[in-house]
Design a binder for this molecule. Structure first.
Ligand code: NAD
Ligand code: AKB
Length: 314
């Protein structure tokens, strides 16, 4: 295991920080190189090597991979759903070209593994709303969803055609306290905790009955590491695996928050993100991930809410 040298691209983001720290615990601080377009996240400072890098600069990426003796890449740099709708060209360009740069270099340098996350955003209004299956009608209506769906098929193509061992999860909305979210439709479920503690009130940009699939970050990191450590023979999905943690509506999370802050007040004023949320499923069927590599979540709404308050208060 210690022989692996890992490059995390997009390491200063919401997932990147926690994944980099988790990988450093397993593989050793110096064997996990964090990289990002923006400056090093303060939580990563002093925990291991950091390089400033643009994933769109293929030549520089290639040089780093060779110079550092990289064997695995975790590619997290992307533009998420809400920001993507404000700048569709940029979202398409980064989400596609960044992935193709990494897949090409992985093929040329014969990297042992690549990780690239997809999203429940691949699903669209014609996909089943409840327990959305692994294989189903997929007609995304956001540029983010389109880029993720296309990316899934590029991963499948590079695996089948060139043998690149690239693995992927369709994350639901991720809830965490360490690093701020990066412009998604599910970000309300993080903002609400901070506003509840600071202001005792929150105005939600989604309607009260908008159910969405969500997951606590601990579970997302566990799933990512479990998928990447599974024997290749167990991986039957080379596009991207459905995974599920919990599903709730803004009203349900506000009721859970009231158990901790009884005078918390929630109000609703939906904006352009409502249409994005309405196009996604309310819950996900992840039975294939459970069968192939033993996926099992640890957090439900109640446990996640407790952990969020405990950690933010600290
Ligand atoms: P984020 O926006 O918090 O982090 C992305 C990071 O990539 C940022 O630090 C950004 O500076 C960096 N970046 C942007 N452009 C770059 C470039 N050209 N070169 C190098 N770095 C660049 O996003 P996140 O929430 O951590 O998401 C990571 C991945 O997980 C994305 O692919 C996202 O689509 C996927 N995902 C996230 C969620 C979620 O709820 N957070 C859900 C589903 C899928
Ligand atoms: C977003 O809301 O864009 C992300 C996601 C579900 O991919 N959190």
């Amino acid at each position: 295991m210690a022989k692996e040298k890992i490059l995390v691209i997009g390491a200063s983001g919401q997932i990147g920080v926690e994944l980099t720290l988790a990988l450093r615990k397993i593989y050793g601080n110096n064997n996990v190189i964090a990289s990002d377009l923006r400056e090093e996240n303060p939580l990563l400072k002093g925990t291991g090597p950091y390089v400033s890098m643009d994933v769109m600069n293929k030549e520089m990426l290639h040089v780093q991979v060779i110079r550092q003796g990289i064997t695995q890449i975790y590619l997290l740099a992307a533009i998420l759903s809400a920001t993507g709708e404000k700048n569709p060209n940029l979202a398409w360009h980064l989400n596609m070209q960044g992935l193709l740069n990494v897949l090409d270099i992985a093929r040329e340098e014969k990297l042992s593994k690549v990780y690239w996350p997809s999203s429940i955003a691949v699903f669209g209004p014609t996909s089943p709303k409840m327990n959305c299956p692994q294989q189903t009608i997929i007609e995304p209506t956001t540029v983010y969803g389109i880029s993720k769906y296309a990316g899934e098929f590029w991963c499948n193509y590079y695996f089948n055609r060139y043998g690149v061992d690239v693995r992927s999860l369709r994350y639901p909305g991720l809830i965490s306290y360490k690093s701020a979210p990066g412009g998604g439709t599910t970000d309300y479920a993080i903002e609400i905790f901070h506003e509840a503690l600071e202001e005792k009130k929150y105005q939600c940009f989604l309607n009260e009955d908008t159910y969405l699939p969500m997951m606590y970050m601990e579970d997302a990191i566990k799933a990512t590491l479990q998928l990447m450590e599974a024997p290749a023979s167990n991986i039957t999905i080379r596009t991207s695996y459905n995974i599920s943690g919990m599903s709730f509506s803004p009203k349900e999370i506000s009721e859970e928050i009231k158990k901790h802050i009884p005078d918390f007040e929630m109000s609703y004023k939906s904006d352009y993100r409502q249409a994005i949320a309405d196009s996604w499923p309310q819950s996900i069927d992840d039975s294939v991930a459970r069968k192939d590599w033993g996926w099992q979540e640890d957090y439900n709404l109640e446990k996640m809410t407790r952990e969020m308050f405990d950690n933010i208060s600290k």
